[in-house]
Design a protein around this ligand. Structure first.
Ligand code: COA
Length: 321
């Protein structure tokens, strides 16, 4: 058996922070941010939490799939910004939506590759026959990890969640490639508060995200085309066979550069980064949900999803819609 996405949902915080709002707190401006990243605004969690966004996205995905919460047997949440160290966000979602028959755990640390890695994990559970209906969620509250005094990072990120119901079918398609390079992990880091002693915990911003933007940019534009080609080769498909390339939304210039390197029309690389910024593990399922609901995704299409980010980590998956 192979898993197929049979429903999607997403949830976005109501508070919108425009580029001009950020220009009031750091030395930046709307023109610079739009030109270098493609971002115009981002949504920031105010009353929402990672688990409330995840649960809301999950409910919408179940509704879209025409499935009840009781039918779900695994909830997998990809996140680097869980509300609590424990219990996991997936258990919080279970409680909220009443998925009483589900086993729940989070896939942390895969960061912006998180949704692709979680989706692959779900596929392995389905292939092994252990679970049939799996909720795969990417959910983030990155505004809690951002250093709001660092203009190099705070302009990039936003909050949100996306979910997909992946169900066992006999006619699905699944081919994937994933990679990690811990040697280069220093390019993008966020220290845990757990390793600080009690005095240090209350000081400074050293448990906020730090990033070498240029290094991450170069890594992404080199590795993403490679892993897409590697995955399509496994599937016996050509680049031209793909209807859409749904990439992690980190920077519009990264997406355009990947399209250019693959020599594929950028129209096949949908983006929504203008509205949400980089929502890490949530960006791919939010974009999928938008495309599903506005009718761009049609049964039988071939879709490539590709994630990349901290670790460093990167991966791609080819699916039939
Ligand atoms: N507003 C205005 N100026 C800014 C700025 C901001 N928000 N952030 C940086 N700058 C300045 C720098 O200080 C630098 O000034 P200098 O030339 O006087 O030293 C100049 O702009 C260029 O900085 P640089 O870092 O080289 O810009 P860049 O073109 O590489 O763009 C990023 C920076 C972060 C937008 C870009 O590197 C990027 O998107 N990288 C990938 C990051 C990412 O996607 N991470 C997540 C991956 S999952």
């Amino acid at each position: 058996m192979v898993g197929r996405i049979c429903g999607t949902g997403s949830s976005i915080p109501s508070k919108i922070v425009e580029n001009d709002d950020l220009a009031k707190i750091v030395d930046t401006n709307d023109e610079w941010i739009r030109e270098r990243t493609g971002i115009a605004r981002r949504h920031i969690a105010d009353t929402e939490t990672t688990s409330s966004l995840a649960a809301d996205a999950a409910k919408k995905a179940l509704e879209n799939a025409g499935m009840s919460a009781e039918e779900i047997d695994l909830i997998l949440v990809a996140t680097i910004s869980s509300d609590k160290v424990f219990p996991c966000t997936a258990c919080e979602v279970q409680k909220n939506i009443g998925a009483v028959n589900a086993t729940c755990f989070d896939l942390g640390g895969a960061a912006c590759s998180g949704f692709v890695f979680a989706y692959n994990t779900a596929q392995m559970y389905i292939a092994g026959g252990m679970y049939k209906n799996i909720l795969v969620i990417g959910a983030e509250n990155l505004s809690n990890l951002v250093d709001w005094t660092d203009r190099g990072t705070c302009i990039l990120f936003g909050d949100g969640a996306g979910a997909a119901v992946v169900s066992a079918v006999s006619d699905g398609m699944f081919f994937a490639s994933t990679h990690s390079d811990g040697e280069k992990g220093v390019a993008m880091e966020c220290e845990s508060r757990c390793q600080k002693n009690w005095k240090e915990k209350c000081q400074g911003n050293d448990t906020c995200m730090k990033m070498d933007g240029r290094a991450v940019f170069q890594f992404a534009v080199r590795k993403v085309p490679e892993v897409i080609k590697e995955t399509l080769e496994k599937a016996g498909l050509d680049l031209q066979d793909v209807d859409y390339f749904v990439l992690h939304q980190a920077n519009r210039r990264i997406v355009e550069s990947v399209a250019k390197r693959l020599k594929i029309d950028v129209e096949k690389f949908p983006t929504n980064i203008e509205q949400y910024g980089n929502t890490s593990a949530a960006s791919i399922p939010i974009l999928l949900d938008e495309m599903n609901r506005d009718g761009r995704l049609k049964k039988g299409q071939t879709i490539v999803m590709a994630g990349f980010g901290a670790g460093l980590s990167w991966g791609a998956t080819v699916i039939k819609w």
